[in-house]
Write a protein that binds this ligand. Structure first.
Ligand code: CMX
Ligand code: CO
Length: 149
């Protein structure tokens, strides 16, 4: 079951200047940064608020590290802006299976590693009214509530 907005993913050309904008304009601080080689991004997670299931809601700022990465392709076409939304769930495997069975293309056979050791998968934007949609189980949610299926 999808229980919350986990994050909004925002594509930017320069992570450091974008982080500086979010800090100066809104007062949001960086909780975590990492390079995700597989996804082709350098990213910063800005924690916006806690949620009643013990998770949190984030802004994920994404700078491409490779020209052939999804974020680089998207930036070249659209410029900076909102790249995807992510729904949080305690069971990304089960939810991806259920949503796939409804005819929405799930991009990965198995969830992959996302920010902060979360497990993530994506739904094709063309099957979601133009919105690239990520499903994510955070490392803490997985530890507290392991999938039983
Ligand atoms: N939002 C909405 N539409 C999108 C999109 C996005 N982020 N990315 C691509 N599209 C649309 C394109 O506009 C294009 O539409 P048209 O055919 O009408 O022009 C169509 O989808 C195909 O786009 P493309 O540029 O040819 O790109 P690809 O098909 O090669 O890749 C996708 C699209 C979704 C499969 C790819 O971006 C992907 O695998 N995304 C998942 C991984 C990812 O985004 N990782 C970065 C974030 C990591 C994280 O969150 O941790
Ligand atoms: Co994301």
């Amino acid at each position: 079951m999808l229980t919350r907005i986990d994050h909004i993913g925002i594509a930017c050309r320069d992570l450091d200047t974008t982080v500086a904008f979010y800090r100066a304009t809104y007062g949001f601080e960086v909780h975590h940064t990492e390079v995700n080689e597989e996804q082709g991004v350098r990213e910063a997670m800005l924690r916006i608020n806690g949620t009643d299931d013990g998770g949190a809601t984030w802004i994920q700022l994404l700078e491409p590290i490779r020209e052939d990465s999804p974020v680089a392709t998207w930036l070249a076409k659209n410029g900076e802006g909102v790249h995807h939304i992510a729904f949080g769930t305690a069971d990304v495997d089960g939810d991806a299976r259920e949503i796939g069975a409804r005819g929405v293309r799930v991009l990965y056979d198995e969830p992959r590693r996302g920010s902060m050791d979360s497990r993530i998968t994506f739904l094709h934007p063309k099957d979601c009214h133009g919105v690239l949609t990520e499903l994510v189980t955070s490392a803490s949610a997985a530890a507290e509530d392991p999938p039983t299926a």
